[in-house]
Design a protein around this ligand. Structure first.
Ligand code: I22
Ligand code: ZN
Length: 191
């Protein structure tokens, strides 16, 4: 049985490796700030645990992270059960996020496409649809980046193979972006 200490050690090793991705993580944070300052919105998509990350991060933008500031435009494409089921039932699950990008995206917007493997077809299709619309795409991935790293405008490839470690890195990065963005929009009359 793997001990909890072994799990912690694996997590710490992931954190150390993440240092090598600092520049692109910071650049992506600046892109998010620019997108919102120019009136664009942030769309997010991913499967499974990454779907949860999408709605988690969207909630921090729309509501708050740690400080009071104006609401920020973000939509998780993973949450509307009618859209998800109608599209998957009538068309295909592979295009369930791309369809929403086509419906909602504009060239001011940015898509955060999350896939630990970088190979999930519905995430790749969403990234391609976003590029076709002139949107910026931040690929949040791992495992060498898969095809997502080739499609996205900029990619954060967590240098890990274990899905859980990659997901832990993703939410750490997502939270850091939330703090950075919040600082840029912070209403200094409130806390
Ligand atoms: O949370 C986990 C594993 O930790 C799973 O639900 C995982 O997200 C799912 O298997 C996803 O379908 C994996 O998709 P992806 O990250 O490779 O795009
Ligand atoms: Zn999980």
């Amino acid at each position: 049985m793997k001990t909890f200490i072994a799990e912690l050690e694996q997590h710490q090793a992931m954190i150390e490796k993440l240092r090598t991705r600092t520049d692109v993580i910071e650049s992506a944070g600046e892109l998010l700030i620019d997108t919102l300052k120019q009136g664009g919105k942030i769309l997010l998509c991913g499967n499974g645990g990454s779907a949860a990350d999408c709605q988690h991060i969207a909630a921090e933008f729309v509501v708050r992270y740690e400080k009071h500031r104006r609401p920020l435009a973000a939509i998780a494409l993973t949450t509307d059960s009618s859209i998800l089921t109608a599209h998957s039932n009538d068309y295909h699950f592979d295009s369930v996020f791309a369809r929403q990008v086509e419906a909602l995206g504009t060239d001011n917007d940015c898509l955060i496409a999350i896939s630990t493997s970088g190979t999930s077809r519905n995430v790749l299709n969403a990234a391609e649809a976003a590029i076709d619309k002139g949107m910026a795409v931040i690929g949040l991935t791992g495992n060498g980046g898969g095809m997502l790293a080739g499609v996205a405008t900029m990619s954060i490839v967590v240098p890990e193979q274990v899905t859980a470690r990659i997901q832990e890195a993703h939410i750490l990065i997502g939270h850091w972006w939330c703090g950075l963005v919040e600082e840029a929009f912070h209403d200094r009359d409130h806390t």
